[in-house]
Design a protein around this ligand. Structure first.
Ligand code: KIV
Ligand code: ZN
Length: 496
């Protein structure tokens, strides 16, 4: 059996999706979750891009020590320098060089001839490969490149010391037979001198199939993202490849060291941090991925889940839908449940989570695993706050202008403010602005329900601009106005 190395690029390619953004601190939280999922490599970002990217990589390098940390760089001295500097405190470090290879990208993107590009790549490998850095070279847009040129690039790059050659379907144009053919040809050239890797985009909806084809043909590293998020139509989804290799690994002689049980949880952490909505029908981790509506299927699954399910949902950490706890459940039962769900909370966080659970049971009689996961993640992402909500009241109706009064504790000092607004949420946000003396511009506001039922928890995610900078906020509560206010304060606390 041979190992497939999993490189997660949610923090780099995933963050290039218009639907996803992370603050540096959020990137650290996400990197810790990927570490717990046991990915082999974390593609942390692109240090030369801006100050925030550099800061994020530096923070990840301080906090996450087990996996290899990889950062992107053009074949350019200055960028290589920035990449090295950002990872100076990392334990296991990799520079990920990328170079366009197709005619169209060489002409219109790089403005280089074949020879000029080759020279640049080889020079860059030489300077990247020092100070304990591994070097991965991505041959961008490989499937539209001239085959001979691509093979020459790969062969010479390996001679120069590249440790990994990554074949990228940058525009998502390939189909599985093309991938199989190209990887086999590259394998004959690269032999065992470097690891072959695959990076697929999903523009034709084939990213997962193409990644599997590459692995079957000899690639041993896959670039993946959670829920397949990424540029345009996204990338190959980590959870899909993970489960496909679990099911077919024996036949293919392949395995990963991923912690499958963490798949659901890690995807939810990602959704919670970024506000990204996991499509309900998303394979493996979507809310309806294991839900059966048709009666005979339901009955069959109860008798034997394999009748209509490819994997036991619990194997990927999917929460049980049965009622798990109620208002009569005590702290010990709650703690056991938290541990069963795979979380370790310190005493303070456990107390906070238990308090929230008890509040929830006042409003909701049926508490599911999904509710408990939502509470735990909320607590885990909660940082010490400068501004705390003490109370609020809101008046609204079909014939009245909505009005809100909020009472906040701002660094211990009580502040009360009133405002009217276009709606109850708008009035509440304006009242908060008044109380903190800072005005926010709401850019995005989304509300979803966690689990089901009319008493389900509502989760609010929002993005707001304070003093020219964007901040995200999120919160859960059974009352959506309370969740909205808490989410806004979550953003305020980041901005202060
Ligand atoms: O799509 C692509 O080619 C990339 C590379 C930088 C790996 O994201
Ligand atoms: Zn990409």
């Amino acid at each position: 059996m041979e190992k497939v190395y999993i490189l997660d690029t949610t923090l780099r390619d995933g963050a290039q999706s218009p639907l996803v953004s992370f603050t540096p601190q959020e990137k650290v939280e996400m990197a810790k979750a990927l570490d717990a999922l046991n990915v082999d490599v974390i593609d942390c970002g692109y240090p030369a891009l801006n100050k925030e990217e550099r800061e994020s990589v530096e923070l990840i390098a301080e906090a996450v020590k087990r996996p290899v940390l990889s950062v992107l760089s053009k074949c350019d001295e200055k960028e290589i320098e920035a990449a090295k500097e950002s990872l100076r405190n990392a334990q296991k470090k990799r520079i990920h060089l990328y170079a366009p290879t197709s005619e169209v990208q060489l002409t219109y993107l790089a403005g280089l001839s074949h020879k000029e590009q080759l020279d640049k790549v080889l020079k860059s490998i030489e300077s990247a490969k020092s100070d304990g850095f591994e070097v991965e070279l991505t041959l961008e847009d490989s499937f539209r490149a001239e085959k001979e040129y691509l093979l020459e690039l790969a062969e010479k790059a390996v001679e120069k010391g590249a440790d990994i050659i990554n074949i990228s379907d940058t525009v998502g144009i390939a189909i599985p037979s093309m991938v199989k053919e190209l990887i086999s040809e590259l394998k004959a050239v690269v032999k065992d001198k470097a690891i072959l890797s695959i990076h697929c985009h999903d523009d034709l909806g084939m990213a997962t199939a193409n990644t599997m084809a590459a692995l079957e043909a000899g690639a041993r590293q896959a670039h993946l993202t959670l829920a397949g998020v990424g540029t345009r139509a996204g990338n190959a989804a980590l959870e899909e490849i993970a489960v496909a290799l679990k099911i077919h690994g024996e036949r293919l002689g392949l395995f990963t060291e991923l912690n499958l049980k963490g798949l659901y949880k890690t995807t939810r952490i990602f959704a919670k941090i970024t506000g990204y909505t996991i499509p309900p029908h998303k394979a493996v981790v979507g809310d309806s991925a294991f839900t059966h509506k048709v009666e005979y299927m339901k009955l069959a699954v109860v008798r034997e889940s394999r009748t209509f399910e490819v994997i036991d949902p619990e194997e990927v950490g999917y929460p049980k839908t049965r009622i798990v706890l109620s208002r009569y459940s005590g702290k010990i039962m709650f703690k056991n449940k938290v541990e069963e769900l795979g979380y370790q909370l310190d005493d303070e966080k456990l107390e906070m989570a238990f308090r929230k659970f008890k509040e929830l049971t006042q409003k909701k009689t049926e508490v599911y695993d999904g509710d408990i996961i939502a509470i735990i993640e909320d607590v885990l992402l909660t940082k010490p706050k400068k501004v705390i909500l003490k109370s609020y009241s809101i008046r609204t109706g079909s014939d009245e202008k909505p009005e809100a009064t909020v009472v906040l504790l701002v660094e211990g000092e009580e502040k009360r403010a009133y405002s009217s607004g276009d709606g109850p949420v708008d009035a509440a946000f304006k009242a908060i602005d008044e109380a903190i003396g800072m005005s926010g511009r709401l850019l995005d506001y989304r509300i979803t329900s966690v689990t089901s039922g009319k008493d389900a928890l509502g989760e609010v995610f929002l993005k707001v601009k304070f003093k020219g900078k964007e901040y995200t906020g999120r919160a859960i509560a059974t009352d959506i106005l309370q969740a909205s206010i808490e989410a806004y304060l979550n953003a305020v606390n980041k901005a202060l």
